[in-house]
Design a protein around this ligand. Structure first.
Ligand code: NAD
Ligand code: PRE
Length: 316
């Protein structure tokens, strides 16, 4: 099917194919439309239900049940499926892939996509792995919004020898979606994200599960008083189970390394509580408050995410 496309602004790509149109794919479609980045948008979704939503919301100009049909004649292909599904979807697109096309992705883990997708791509196709550090706890084609990537980082992890022009065009796409683009070594990316994104999600999944497993009477109390801190954890713990299953299975080493370190730091605090070490506790909490304030100040200088400053951070 076809729908109205583009805004008339300078196009970056003639045709962009989005393989997977969930939160990130649909947000990218909407951002491409808003900023006029693609002459035509094609979407691939494996379920009829998703294809119906994509058509109804006119997220892409055409919607396909097969990756190879979606990528036909596309200048840019964006893999937007869970990390563990990249290889199968990439393999299925190959018969339709145009020589010279650029293939990128949005996966939360970068070494795995390079390992799984890189070797499948024919010579002459340019591979530029990427990761927009932007998201919500929602998923599916109706969850997207055009300004998701604004004032967010997008990390590119081009393999050695990657075509510079292709890297430049993918970087420009994200810049025009409002992101700040950085390049990084894939292993470094996976280590940093294990700390800043994967560990917080694992902790949230654990806390919410533990709280719910408490005896019936206490569970009532947990729910009744769920505000502030606990509520923040439940938001993150509501994130897509398949996406996060794949992240942990594909960033195993880095997450286990960070968990080891985290466990040691937690044990130190546990000991301080047990032995009444007031100074240790206060010092640790003062230090982290300073760190949080530093992060927010950086944000206000425009070099970090400043979209959610809290009142308490601005207080003396
Ligand atoms: N949600 C976030 O906060 C966020 C942020 C940045 C990057 N990412 C990455 O973006 C990618 C997509 O995440 P999302 O948040 O858009 O997820 P989503 O669940 O909203 O969308 C994923 C889409 O892929 C489809 N899909 C799932 N398994 C598939 C399979 N085996 N074959 C074909 N299609 C399949 C789903 O039907 C869905 O439409 C993931 O790799 C994730 O790591 C997510
Ligand atoms: O804001 C959220 O809800 C997110 O979880 C987004 C978040 C993150 O951890 O920051 C989650 C996974 C991504 O790979 C990138 C961004």
């Amino acid at each position: 099917m076809t729908a109205a496309s583009g805004t008339g602004a300078t196009e970056l790509f003639g045709k962009v194919a989005l393989l997977g149109v969930g939160l990130i794919g649909s947000s990218l479609a909407l951002a491409c439309r808003r900023h006029g980045l693609a002459g035509r948008l094609a979407g691939y979704a494996r379920s009829a239900e998703s294809r119906e939503v994509i058509e109804r919301l006119r997220l892409t100009d055409s919607v396909h049940a097969e990756p190879a049909e979606a990528v036909a004649d596309a200048d840019l292909v964006v893999l937007c499926v869970p990390v563990g599904a990249n290889a199968a979807v990439a393999e299925a697109m190959l018969p339709g892939l145009k020589p010279g096309a650029i293939v990128t992705d949005v996966g939360s883990v970068k070494q795995a996509v390079i390992r799984d997708v890189g070797p499948l791509l024919p010579e002459g196709v340019h591979f530029v792995p990427g990761h927009p550090i932007a998201g919500t706890e929602h998923s599916g084609p109706a969850a997207g919004f055009a300004d998701l990537f604004e004032e967010r980082y997008c990390v590119l992890t081009p393999p050695p020898g990657a075509d510079e022009a292709a890297v430049g065009r993918v970087a420009e796409l994200w810049r025009r979606c409002g992101s700040r683009v950085e390049t990084m070594e894939p292993a470094h990316h996976d280590k940093v994200l294990a700390m800043t994104s994967h560990l917080p999600h694992l902790i949230s999944y654990t806390i919410v599960g533990t709280a719910y497993d408490l005896a019936e009477s206490e569970r009532g109390e947990v729910i009744k008083f769920a505000a502030g801190g606990f509520r923040d954890f439940t938001r993150i713990a509501g994130s897509d189970p398949v996406m996060w299953r794949d992240i942990f299975l594909n960033n195993r080493e880095a997450v286990l390394e960070i968990l080891q370190r985290f466990g040691e730091d937690l044990s130190r605090l546990q000991r301080a509580i047990r032995w009444g070490e007031a100074e240790v506790l206060e010092d640790r909490f003062r230090r982290t408050r300073e760190i949080r304030r530093g992060v927010i100040q950086l944000g206000q200088a425009g070099t970090f995410d400043a979209r959610e400053p809290h009142k308490d951070d601005e207080a003396g």
